[in-house]
Design a protein around this ligand. Structure first.
Ligand code: SF4
Ligand code: SF4
Length: 122
């Protein structure tokens, strides 16, 4: 499966709708990704392939990959691997196989906050 060779100009990555946000000063989680999923349902341009090797990409089910193989298949802005209802309960269906961009987004980061705001989550 070919990789997108021009990822340097792509928007910054989405996060993963599974992990909890990093701990706040009081030790509580900042955001619960499992009750969010906003970044996985924000833009079809976000869950793009970038630094993965071919072996990693080949493990992603073909039906979840975009026709041009540039990233995850999306319906509108929503990644096809996302299940559940954004803002209530969500999960990534390929969490262990998810693209690197998804691993790079940190709960509470700029991209996270932008995606959450787009879904009315504060
Ligand atoms: S692959 Fe998983 S973590 Fe990445 S955008 Fe899709 S649902 Fe979210
Ligand atoms: S937008 Fe933030 S809190 Fe929501 S799933 Fe993505 S990283 Fe987690």
């Amino acid at each position: 499966m070919p990789r997108d060779a021009d990822h340097s100009r792509l928007p910054r990555p989405p996060g993963a709708a599974v992990d909890f946000g990093w701990p706040a000063e009081d030790g509580t989680a900042l955001f619960d990704c499992q009750a969010c999923g906003a970044c996985c349902s924000y833009s079809a341009d976000w869950p793009r392939f970038s630094t993965e090797d071919d072996a990693q990409l080949d493990r992603i089910p073909a039906e979840l990959v975009a026709a041009d193989q540039s990233g995850m298949r999306c319906e509108g802005g929503r990644c096809s691997a996302l299940s559940g209802q954004v803002g209530r309960h969500t999960a990534c269906g390929i969490y262990d196989l998810r693209p690197d961009v998804c691993r790079a987004c940190m709960p509470g980061g700029d991209d996270c906050l932008m995606a959450r705001a787009a879904h009315g989550l504060t």
